[in-house]
Design a protein around this ligand. Structure first.
Ligand code: F6R
Length: 600
């Protein structure tokens, strides 16, 4: 999704803006632009395409001496990716701005503005916002912004410059993220922490219905009745190093290799000897049902969560695709809880699920990676994953942390049902997970070899039963999104009810078998596809003999069957990575995808 950066200080602004945009590239974008104040004007430089093209374009433009500006990476919603539709947009004489979000009533506003003599040149909703603010401006930027946003329906984070205030950036948000970075003789606005990390770890969270006024020496926040508000300064827990590739070819690979550490950090944050989640305010006494709402990979983590919570704690769990949840008129009982899982904490559909639950008086728990994100502020209680900044658009380490948190939740909720001995055994085994993950990473060369073997296949299938089917859903998504290879995940027993017609000579089928009681059944299903020509890769334990029907086995070792899905994920992430890399794809920024999906 769109990324915003703003800088006001003493350094050459275009350089800082472009470096900031590079840090935001991971969010997904199709065009980029900057605007800077120079000699009483706001100069704009923007283009369709990469930030590197913008860098070249801005180097060819005379922006010398500029120390204040705003920048943007655009992920097209209204209007195709083009130079004209790129941000920043100008609205009349006074206003230039960048925008993340969607202005739902922009057509209506456009009509009104046209009647006032404005002539939009782009197809965007953003240009309308710029013109609206310009039309409301009478020398007082804060008033113009508040008057304008009271007319806007939809979501926005706006970074705004007024020609009359060349060294000041104004910022305001609703339902889209924005932070204000605090430096020495310089300050920033940004969509996300990695953009400011080279300069500062200190920041303020911008809240809804307030305007931030940012100069190089001062940051002030105002509400629409003119009152100034004082806010707590936050310190980012992440350092710059964690947002860099550190010698790896791609962030995806780096993030896969970070998993022993981040899983260790996540476990240690919530495990104190035999006790789990002692430091959480959440009341674990759940009398009703659990509904887990999430999107994409987070929803796949939820599927595994359902499996383990129902198995260990015998509490009914429903997994809700967040974009469907609120329109399904869900049946929520007052004793139920809604758990929302999100890496970014900004996913519009997941937030909507939380808001719906809260509006019905249902308790909400967020499992989230980004501190200070909207979900972390809106859910009643929060459990953080300690994955650190995830830059690759396709999630690996954050997803894995989510699955481990859900395993821990299942243990916590299931303690009485499973009995103390089994509980203590499993809780102790948690601590060994990082070591098992490190060992699974040694499968990298095997995974690369198998990826090379299947690199030309345009269709692949993942099959498994029970917890292994949950692993397959995520493994299949990972392959699709980074390699652009069509892939399907199936409960192994379901394939023969239709999809098996797609299996032809040489079709790769990856079978995951970690749930011992179901392995024999899955083997029967593997034989069904082998006899139709499939080329099978089995991901399973050393003692499971598949030599009869499978020449390509990925052997894994796990602390317990319950924790085996965490381990089984590792070779499947590596396999997807190597296929994508081998096909020459832009692995960290797959086409059409955005890291944080802040629109419905
Ligand atoms: C896939 C992926 C997405 C996200 C989904 C939810 O690799 O990253 O499917 O899992 O967009 O995002 P968050 O977790 O930020 O709510």
């Amino acid at each position: 999704m769109c990324g915003i950066i703003g800088y006001t200080g003493e350094k050459y602004a275009p350089e800082i803006l472009i470096q900031g945009l590079k840090k935001l590239e991971y969010r997904g974008y199709d065009s980029a632009g900057i605007a800077v104040s120079k000699n009483g004007k706001t100069l704009i430089c923007k283009n369709r395409g990469k930030v590197s093209a913008l860098e070249q374009k801005s180097a060819d433009t005379d922006l010398s001496g500029t120390v204040c500006g705003i920048g943007h990476t655009r992920w097209a919603t209204h209007g195709e990716p083009s130079d004209i539709n790129s941000h920043p947009h100008r609205g009349g004489e006074n206003v230039t701005l960048v925008h993340n979000g969607i202005i739902e009533n922009y057509l209506e506003l456009k009509k009104e503005l046209k009647a006032k003599g404005y002539n939009p040149i782009s197809q965007t909703d953003t240009e309308i916002a710029a013109m609206l603010i310009d039309s409301m401006y009478n020398g007082d930027p804060i008033k113009a912004i508040f008057d304008s946003i009271s007319k806007i329906h939809g979501s926005f984070a706006l970074g705004i410059m007024f020609r009359d205030y060349p060294n000041t950036i104004y910022a305001v948000r609703r339902d889209s993220p924005l932070i204000i970075g605090v430096g020495e003789n310089e300050n920033f606005i940004a969509s996300d922490i990695p953009a400011i990390l080279p300069y500062t770890k200190k920041y303020y969270l911008s809240d809804e219905n307030e305007v931030a006024v940012v100069t190089k020496s001062d940051i002030r926040f105002f509400t629409n009745d003119g009152k100034e508000i004082h806010k707590d300064l936050m310190t980012a827990a992440w350092d710059e190093q964690s947002a860099q590739k550190s010698g790896y070819k791609h962030f995806m690979l780096k993030e896969i290799y970070e998993q022993p550490k981040v899983i260790g950090d996540t476990i240690n944050a919530y495990k104190n000897k035999a006790e789990l989640f002692e430091n959480c305010s959440f009341d674990f006494n759940i009398k009703g049902k659990i509904h887990i709402a999430a999107c994409g990979s987070a929803m796949h983590a939820a599927l595994l969560g359902k499996h383990v919570i129902e198995k260990l704690a015998r509490i009914p769990v429903s997994v809700e695709i967040a974009s469907e949840f609120r329109y399904n008129d869900p049946i929520l009982d007052k004793d139920d809880i809604v758990i929302a899982i999100s890496q970014s904490g900004e996913t519009a559909d997941t937030l909507a699920a939380v808001r719906l639950a809260k509006s019905k008086g249902i308790r909400t728990l967020g499992i989230v990676n980004v501190w200070g994100s909207t979900l972390s502020r809106e859910a009643d209680d929060i459990i953080y994953t300690y994955a650190g900044p995830e830059i690759c658009v396709a999630t690996t380490k954050a997803y894995l942390c989510q699955t481990v948190i859900l395993d821990m939740l299942a243990l916590k909720l299931g303690r009485a049902v499973m009995g103390e001995d089994e509980y203590l055994k499993q809780v102790n085994l948690l601590s060994s997970l990082p070591e098992y993950i490190s060992n699974a990473l040694k499968l990298d060369s095997t995974c690369k070899r198998l990826a090379e073997k299947n690199i030309a296949a345009e269709h692949q299938f993942y099959i498994g039963r029970g917890q292994d089917f949950c692993v397959c859903t995520e493994a299949s998504l990972k392959l699709k999104e980074v390699s652009y290879v069509h892939s399907e995940s199936y409960a192994a027993g379901e394939l023969k009810h239709g999809t098996i017609s797609l299996i032809v000579d040489g079709t790769p089928v990856i079978a995951v078998m970690t749930e011992r009681s179901r392995i024999a059944k899955t083997i029967s299903n593997i034989k069904e596809v082998v006899s139709r020509g499939a080329s099978v890769i089995c991901v399973t334990y050393d003692d499971v003999d598949v030599s009869d029907f499978c020449k390509n086995k990925i052997t894994i070792d796990a602390p317990s069957e319950f924790l085996a899905p965490v381990i089984a994920n590792i070779p499947l992430q590596l396999y997807a990575y190597h296929i994508a890399d081998g096909r020459g794809n832009d692995v960290d920024k797959p086409r059409n995808l955005a890291k944080s999906v802040t629109v419905e």
